[in-house]
Design a protein around this ligand. Structure first.
Ligand code: SS9
Ligand code: ZN
Length: 343
């Protein structure tokens, strides 16, 4: 299968992530993709192509215009205000505060458009986020054009980004836009399957009231894991979207057995839903040695998961999300893709 990948991901490389009360080198770092690229080449999975320019049409369809303008201009405004460092949100609109007025001062705007302060914005973040989106769009076009599957090697990732908030290392929701593009192409029902360790709160939020896009996510129980404030099993969608949102929160230490049972259940539900295409939010942080996660999947398990997903027989776009055990991220990612192809 073809991989869509842009070198411009390098433009996003913050110095700092707020973790445990300290600034550390971000877990979500440029070298992650080097390991994935190396493994893709080693296994000869297929062509690796640079995407064309991003198509803002479908992005505008789904994402708040004020938020897009914020992302584009935040760095210049931050520097113009005399801030010395990278953009880190200090205060966000919490319980009983107002969200009907967007602050003018950049420090306030940052808080308004952010939901998690571990994630920094730097000079090149917007360009990198656009290039990541371009890869997702290119992969979607390959699949819409008849390919069985394509891999968007997205960085930065996207599944935590809502239509108007960044956080969890994510700025633009690549998987959601890829799903929307299948809809714009005329497919009546699409599914997004999120196997990243973290709940795909952004994707859930974007499609929560929609009955045409089924969202299913396997993840660490939000009682114990980021994003903490979304991802419980009783979130089933609303209005037209009632029943089209499926969460499988799981406990610390969960091994592949129960995880695979949840995957099979999600797959059965996607089949029953009648999806005509599938977007997979492909994070490999469910891996046993991931430094910020707590499941116990081993490398061969990812290949088995790929085989099970292939069983759906749907045209499939894989969008890269998380995975922070750097030395294993390439093997685990390519195992999913190879498992899918071998099936
Ligand atoms: C590490 C906590 C990090 C954000 C995790 C985002 C994962 C994106 N101290 N919290 S896939
Ligand atoms: Zn994750």
């Amino acid at each position: 299968m073809k991989t869509c990948f842009s070198e411009d991901h390098r433009l996003h490389f913050p110095q700092a992530e707020l973790a445990g009360g300290q600034f550390v080198t971000p877990y979500e770092r440029p070298s992650r993709v080097e390991y994935i690229l190396a493994r893709l080449k080693e296994r000869g999975l297929g062509e690796i192509e640079a995407p064309g320019p991003v198509d803002m049409g479908p992005v505008h369809q789904l994402i708040d215009h004020g938020y897009l303008e914020f992302l584009e201009t935040a760095w210049d405004a931050w520097k113009a205000a005399g801030m010395a460092g990278e953009i880190i949100a200090a205060g966000v609109p919490a319980r009983r505060m107002r969200t009907d007025r967007i602050p003018r001062y950049i420090d306030g705007r940052v808080g308004y458009y952010c939901h998690a302060s571990e994630t920094a914005i730097t000079r090149g973040t917007w360009s990198a986020a656009l290039s990541s989106m371009a890869s997702a769009q290119s992969a979607q076009r390959a699949v819409a054009g008849g390919a069985r599957a394509a891999f968007a090697l997205c960085r930065p990732p996207g599944h935590h980004a809502t239509s108007d908030q960044y956080g969890g290392y994510c700025f633009l929701n690549n998987a959601a836009v890829a799903a929307e593009m299948f809809r714009l192409d005329g497919a009546p029902r699409i599914a997004v399957l999120d196997i990243d360790f973290h709940h795909g709160n952004g994707t859930q939020d974007i499609f929560y009231a929609r009955g045409d896009v089924l969202f299913a996510s396997l993840h660490g129980d939000p009682m114990e894991a980021y994003p903490y404030f979304l991802g419980h099993a009783d979130e089933r969608g609303t209005g037209e979207g009632e029943g089209a949102n499926l969460n499988y929160p799981m406990q610390p230490g969960t091994p592949y057995g129960p995880w695979a049972e949840a995957l099979d259940d999600a797959i059965a539900r996607i089949r029953r839903f009648g999806a005509e295409a599938l977007v997979v939010s492909l994070g490999v942080d469910a891996y046993k040695d991931d430094p910020i996660s707590f499941f116990r999947l081993d490398s061969p398990d990812f290949a088995d998961a790929g085989r099970r997903i292939a069983g759906l027989g749907l045209p499939t776009v894989f969008c890269m999300e998380g995975g922070y055990a750097i030395e294993a991220v390439g093997v685990n990612t390519v195992n999913v893709l190879e498992g899918f192809e071998d099936a």
